[in-house]
Design a protein around this ligand. Sequence first.
Ligand code: SF4
Length: 222
Amino acid sequence: MNLKALSSMGRIIRTMRIEAGKRNPPVNKIEKITKSDPFRSLVFTILSARTKDANTMLAAGKLLAEAPDPRALARMRIKKIEKLVRSSGFYRMKAKNLKAMAQMLLGDFDGNVPASMEKLLLLPGVGRKTANILLAYSFGKDAIPVDTHVHRISNRLGIVKTKTPEKTEKALMAIVPRRFWKPLNHAFVSYGQTVCLPRGPKCRECRLNRICWRIGVKRSGI
Ligand code: SF4
């Protein structure tokens, strides 16, 4: 394990946020749509599965303009939801999950998004990543949402050696001090969108290249 990187976690997070901030990462625009509201964040995160942020933002913007709360979404016809979220991909499945999710919020949770992992996982379309995003960003709880960026960069740095995001989440929770859990996701996602790209990471301009083990990186970009 790359102990040097692990012991520099505070510096790594700070550097990532500064460097990504200079490059205008898509993740910084998400708050304009979600407004840190749990329902809006939930809709956004369900729509974000297996698609690019730009597609998610388009779909979420259209849907939330017409269905800003669980009641409006639960009442909306499936065909209309499908039309509004089409750009996000897998739109039929997502539309079905979104409507069922809104109905469950109304029927089981008084129209509110629940603030526990156990209850969030009951909602259609919600897995651990979505639940952790809600817990960390909407409810201010200690959680490490692990998406493809967090999984990839943690492995490249050499602080974990894992095959799936689920295993990365467990590994990070075991070794990363709790005070870094919440800021870790935003820092790694924004850096993954701008510097440590999935293909062709920009290792030569990366301010972390002295401590990064670059595990699995065969060819870096610029
Ligand atoms: S050195 Fe390369 S692989 Fe490591 S964090 Fe930087 S961009 Fe990513």
